[in-house]
Design a protein around this ligand. Structure first.
Ligand SMILES: NC(=O)c1ccc[n+]([C@@H]2O[C@H](COP(=O)([O-])OP(=O)(O)OC[C@H]3O[C@@H](n4cnc5c(N)ncnc54)[C@H](OP(=O)(O)O)[C@@H]3O)[C@@H](O)[C@H]2O)c1
Length: 262
């Protein structure tokens, strides 16, 4: 599906070399946005995303930056300022962590996860907001199921994403006067290469359990998340701010053991 909902807008999607970020970049382009495709190191994959954006008739730029590093964040936005000129939509999607139980966690695991996911949000917003001046600014963050539900080895990522949800509400509160909205998308379980990589041989069992416990009867795909991002980025959602939108097919409504007798 295509439209001109986002025609003339420029978006930066972090972590759009693959997975949900890539699908979001392409969906924004499908609806008329030009896109800065960001990656940390997977330049070739990012170039593929950019080529797919251009094939949709939109402009695309590829920029790499390690979002753990404040200097690289500043350089990324300097690139946006110089090459794109301004920004309408910032999607904070990139994430990574060490999946470990709390008792095995080292300070550097904590620091890297929180620097990438929480500190980078603060620093990126400080850079993005001046570029949104006079534009219908949209900040879209991505959290996850692990902020409300406990998952094995997910304490650091779930806690960092919880901070992202809270900070998104503060962004909505602080930036509303500038005409900027801030909302968070919380995906359920989404079938990405990363999810398959980390879950390894448990992926198929999880896929079946998620399908059983999800009212809409299946695991999510990246396009499910991308659709919500397009809506939040568009004027259709102009009066929506400070919200955490669950994009999980209803998985978060599941009632644990009672799903056995559904
Ligand atoms: N998949 C799920 O089931 C699921 C569920 C809930 C929430 N989410 C959230 O949705 C988002 C996307 O998930 P995904 O599965 O699509 O992710 P993914 O496939 O693992 O992709 C992660 C992206 O983040 C980038 N990245 C990683 N470390 C970085 C760093 N230090 N600096 C800059 N960029 C970095 C990667 O760049 P390179 O390619 O260059 O390494 C890649 O583009 C994440 O925020 C994730 O927590 C996912």
């Amino acid at each position: 599906m295509t439209s001109t909902l986002l025609a003339g807008r420029a978006a930066l999607v972090t972590g759009s070399s693959r997975g949900i970020g890539r699908a979001t970049a392409l969906a924004l382009a499908d609806h008329g946005a030009d896109v800065v495709v960001h990656c940390r190191q997977a330049r070739e994959l990012a170039e593929e995303t950019a080529a797919a954006v251009r094939a949709r008739g939109r402009r695309a730029w590829v920029m790499s930056a390690d979002l753990e590093d404040p200097e690289q964040i500043a350089a990324l936005f300097a690139g946006v300022r110089e090459q794109v000129g301004g920004l309408d939509i910032y999607v904070a999607n990139a994430a990574a962590t060490a999946f470990k139980p709390t008792l095995a966690m080292q300070p550097h695991h904590f620091e890297r996860t929180f620097n990438l996911i929480v500190r980078s949000l603060m620093l990126a917003v400080q850079e993005a907001v001046p570029l949104m001046k006079g534009r219908p600014g949209r900040i879209i963050t991505v959290s996850g199921h692990g902020t409300r539900f406990t998952l094995a080895h997910y304490a650091a990522l779930g806690s960092a994403k919880g901070a992202v949800e809270t900070w998104t509400r503060y962004l909505a509160y602080e930036l509303g006067a500038l005409g900027i909205t801030a909302n968070c998308i919380s995906p359920g379980v989404i079938d990405t290469d990363s999810a398959r990589y980390y879950l390894k041989d448990t992926f198929d069992r999880l896929d079946q359990a998620v399908a059983r416990d999800t009212p809409l009867g299946r695991m999510g795909v990246p396009d499910d998340v991308a659709g919500a991002a397009v809506w939040l980025a568009s004027d259709l959602a102009q009066f929506v701010t400070g919200q955490v939108i669950q994009v999980d097919g209803g998985l978060s409504l599941a009632s644990g053991p009672f799903e056995e007798i559904r």
